[in-house]
Ligand binder design. Structure first.
Ligand SMILES: C[S@@+](CC[C@H](N)C(=O)[O-])C[C@H]1O[C@@H](n2cnc3c(N)ncnc32)[C@H](O)[C@@H]1O
Length: 322
C-alpha cells in the first residue's frame, strides 16, 4: 500500500463511522460493522466491527503489517481496545489476539431491547453474528404468539429476539453445550427467563428424525457449511434436502420457515428449489414471503460481476407452509 493511502485511513474511517452512526443510535445498536472492505474504500477482505467500546478488526491472512497497523491504530482512537482477527483459507488456521487494551474482553452489547454477551477474543467468532442482525429483527413478527424452533441456535441470538417478541416458547437446538449456556445467559441479560424455554444439546438432524407431530409456528435454520455432532458429520450441501424436510415437517399449517446460509454456492433460488423438493415429498405447499440478504446500511457490498466477489454471501429465504 502506498504511504499516502495509509495516511488516508483515519479520514476513511471517520467517513464510514459517520455514515452509520445515525442509524445505530436511533435503533439502540451497540454492535455493528463500521468498515466493510472496498465498499468503504478499505482493502478487500478488511472489516472493522464495533462492539460497544471495543473494535474488532478482521483481515485476510497475508495482509501487510503496515495496513494492519494503519487500520488498527485508527480504530484504537477513542476505543477501549482492539481485537485483531486474521482469517485463513483453512478456518482452523485463523487467529485472534488483543491488539490493544486489556486481555480477554467479555462485554455486553445492546441490540434494541435485548442484550448479548460477547467474548471478543475467544477464537474466530465473538458470540454474535452482526450480519444477521436484520434477520433477527425480521423474524420477530412471525415469532409473536407461536412456538418457535431455532436450529443451530449457537448463543441464541434468534431465540432471544423470538422470546422478546412474545413467542409462546422457544426451543433451541445446538450440539455445543457451551453455546447453549451462553444463550441462556443472553436471555437473562435481556430480562427473559431461560427456564420458560427449551434447550436441546443435540445433533439437529437426529433431533429432527424423532417422530413428532408438527407444533411450531416458526422454524429458524441457520446451518454452518460443515459441522459435527458426536461421530456424525454435517455437510450443508449433502444434507440440504434432509434438513428442509425436517424443517417443513415440524411446521403447523400456515407456519413460517426462515432458512439462512452464508454458502455462496447456495443462493435464494437454490434454497427455494430444495424447499420445493421437500414440500412436494411431504405434500405440503410453500409460498415465498421474503428473500433477505446482508444489511446494506452497515454491510454494503461493492461493485463486482458476481455475488462472491461483491462480498454478497448471505441468503435468507422466508416462506409460509400450508
Ligand atoms: C453458524 S453457527 C449458527 C449461528 C446462529 N444461528 C446465530 O445466528 O447466532 C453454527 C452452529 O451450528 C452448530 N452445529 C454444527 N453442526 C451441528 C449439528 N450437526 N447439530 C447441531 N448443531 C450443530 C455449531 O455448534 C454452531 O453453534
Amino acid at each position: 500500500m502506498r504511504p499516502d493511502s495509509l495516511l488516508a485511513i483515519p479520514s476513511l474511517l471517520s467517513a464510514a463511522v459517520a455514515r452509520r452512526r445515525g442509524v445505530a443510535e436511533a435503533r439502540g445498536l451497540e454492535a455493528y460493522r463500521l468498515v466493510n472492505g472496498p465498499a468503504d474504500a478499505a482493502p478487500e477482505g478488511l472489516t472493522l466491527d464495533r462492539y460497544a467500546g471495543w473494535r474488532v478488526l478482521g483481515v485476510r491472512a497475508g495482509t501487510s503489517a503496515e495496513v494492519i497497523e494503519g487500520w488498527a491504530s485508527a480504530a484504537a482512537v477513542g476505543a477501549e481496545g482492539v481485537v485483531l482477527k486474521t482469517w485463513a483459507r483453512v478456518p482452523s488456521d485463523s487467529t485472534s489476539r488483543v491488539w490493544s487494551g486489556p486481555a480477554a474482553p467479555v462485554i455486553q452489547v445492546q441490540e434494541g431491547d435485548v442484550n448479548f454477551i460477547c467474548e471478543l477474543d475467544q477464537g474466530p467468532p465473538t458470540g454474535l453474528f452482526l450480519d444477521h442482525r436484520e434477520t433477527r429483527f425480521g423474524i420477530r413478527p412471525y415469532a409473536a404468539g407461536v412456538e418457535v424452533l431455532n436450529l443451530f441456535a449457537y448463543t441464541g441470538s434468534f431465540s432471544v429476539h423470538a422470546a422478546k417478541a412474545g413467542a409462546q416458547r422457544v426451543t433451541s437446538v445446538d450440539v455445543a453445550k457451551r453455546a447453549l449456556q451462553r444463550a441462556r445467559e443472553n436471555m437473562v441479560a435481556s430480562g427473559l427467563d431461560p427456564d420458560q424455554h427449551r434447550w436441546f444439546p443435540d445433533d439437529v438432524l437426529k433431533h429432527l428424525q424423532r417422530p413428532q407431530p408438527p407444533r411450531y409456528g416458526l422454524v429458524i435454520a441457520d446451518p454452518p457449511l460443515y459441522g459435527h455432532a458426536g461421530g456424525a458429520r454435517f455437510s450443508l450441501l449433502r444434507d440440504l434436502d434432509r434438513l428442509w424436510s425436517g424443517v417443513l415437517s415440524r411446521l403447523l399449517p400456515g407456519g413460517v420457515a426462515v432458512f439462512s446460509t452464508h454458502a455462496t454456492t447456495l443462493d435464494h433460488d437454490a434454497l427455494e428449489d430444495a424447499a420445493a423438493r421437500a414440500a412436494s415429498a411431504l405434500t405440503r405447499r410453500i409460498e415465498v414471503l421474503h428473500r433477505w440478504g446482508l444489511p446494506e446500511w452497515d454491510h454494503p457490498t461493492h461493485q463486482a460481476p458476481n455475488a462472491a466477489d461483491r462480498g454478497d454471501y448471505l441468503s435468507t429465504l422466508v416462506l409460509r407452509v400450508s
